[in-house]
Design a protein around this ligand. Structure first.
Ligand SMILES: NC(=O)c1ccc[n+]([C@@H]2O[C@H](COP(=O)([O-])OP(=O)(O)OC[C@H]3O[C@@H](n4cnc5c(N)ncnc54)[C@H](O)[C@@H]3O)[C@@H](O)[C@H]2O)c1
Length: 361
């Protein structure tokens, strides 16, 4: 694919889902990058999980952006499903780079409240695409639209590691179906209106101030309360756990690299649209993961040194919508950006456990 470099200096960057785990870390990273940059964040601060954690992340952004020279930061509370709100923001601030991370995340919750997935992931995503499209009517418009997809699009794919060349037509949850739909919608808008688009399939992201609905965070909460943790598929799960700093590094590199249209093998014009995996590419057994988490929780004094872990563990069957293995082929990411996630599991869980202790102590 033909590509063009984009300099962030003096650019206006819009990040949706900015109070979320990945969004907040991305903004802090951009603020610290040394560029003179205008950062705009949108989040509806919904209560899918603890709103206080989202506010904490916004305070962390405030601190980072206040310290950074030449950086402006503006937060706007609202939903991407609110068309007027989105159109007004695009009209007023004219973002040049748009990173859409706002979504109803989580596989299991899509069985509980499917409406929220359609509202944020389909309708909201559509509003962002529409707003991007109209930026070309008066001036240069959006230079790069980057959005979060997910490893869940691979469904029950039996071929490992998962490659972006693999079929992704068999989602096993509504969440996965919305993420796959995002990729198709982005492709169509890229083809129709020439919007340079990059979709990023993230693989199980973890780290400090992460998402409380994810297994490592839930296990920690439950063990701290003296409850029993339930390890799904009897522990026979493998996950490509990817540390947040690696994800953010990947997103920043991708943002600065604009895809261009090209000619297909049959001479047909192809749109400036692509998809990458970002994952650790080293799947870890869930039981090993839990073992390291235990050790790090004791080390960080979240749990006492004599905590009886065996008494607080139950091996249970697989949950609907879950997949037993996620494993990313990141050769395209490495080829195009000279980068692949590198943080090892223990280092990442150590950072999480230390943050958890300082936050909840
Ligand atoms: N964390 C992971 O392991 C992972 C894996 C694969 C894909 N993803 C995707 O990456 C993106 C970011 O994930 P995250 O882990 O930071 O999740 P997150 O839930 O922490 O962040 C998403 C943020 O978006 C906000 N939001 C949700 N719906 C909104 C709406 N309609 N309008 C405005 N804001 C809205 C939420 O309040 C939240 O703060 C999501 O699109 C998610 O689906 C994450």
């Amino acid at each position: 694919m033909n590509r063009k470099k984009l300099d962030f200096e003096k650019k206006t960057v819009l990040v949706t889902g900015c109070a979320g785990f990945i969004g907040s870390n991305l903004i802090i990273r951009l603020a610290k990058s040394g560029y003179g940059i205008n950062l705009i964040g949108i989040d509806d601060l919904n209560d899918y999980y603890d709103v206080e954690l989202k506010k904490y992340r916004l305070r962390e952004i405030e601190k980072a952006t206040e310290k950074a020279k030449k950086v402006s930061w503006r937060f706007m509370k609202g939903s991407i499903a609110d068309k007027e709100f989105i159109d007004e923001i695009f009209k007023r601030y004219k973002p040049e780079i748009v990173v859409n991370l706002a979504a109803q995340a989580g596989v299991r919750y899509s069985l509980v409240d499917p409406d929220s997935y359609i509202e944020s992931n389909i309708i909201g995503f559509f509003h962002i695409l529409e707003a991007c499209r109209h930026t070309y009517e008066n001036g240069d418009g959006v230079k790069h639209f980057v959005y979060a997809s997910s490893s869940s699009v691979y469904g029950m794919n039996k071929k490992f590691p998962y490659s972006t060349q693999d079929m992704t037509d068999s989602p096993v949850s509504l969440y996965a179906a919305t993420k796959k739909s995002n990729e198709l919608m982005a492709y169509a808008y890229s083809k129709l209106y020439g919007i340079p688009c990059t979709g990023l399939r993230f693989f199980t992201v973890f780290g400090p101030a992460g998402r409380p609905d994810m297994a490592y965070f839930q296990f920690t909460d439950q063990l701290r309360r003296g409850e029993t943790i339930r390890i799904f598929n009897y522990g026979n799960c493998k996950r490509d756990f990817t540390y947040i700093d690696d994800i953010v590094e990947g997103v920043v590199r991708v943002m600065a690299d604009i895809p261009e249209g090209r000619t297909g093998e049959g001479g047909e014009p192809l749109p400036p649209c692509r998809v990458y995996n970002i994952g650790n590419s080293r799947p870890e057994n869930l039981l090993d993961f839990v073992e390291i988490l235990q050790q790090e929780l004791v080390r960080a004094k979240v749990l006492p040194y004599d905590f009886n872990f065996d008494k607080h563990k139950e091996l249970v069957p697989m949950q609907p919508g879950d997949v037993p293995v996620t494993y990313a082929d990141v050769s395209e990411l490495e080829h195009d950006f000279g980068f692949r996630p590198k943080t090892d599991l223990r280092a990442g869980l150590r950072a999480f456990a230390e943050w958890y202790q300082s936050y909840y102590a």
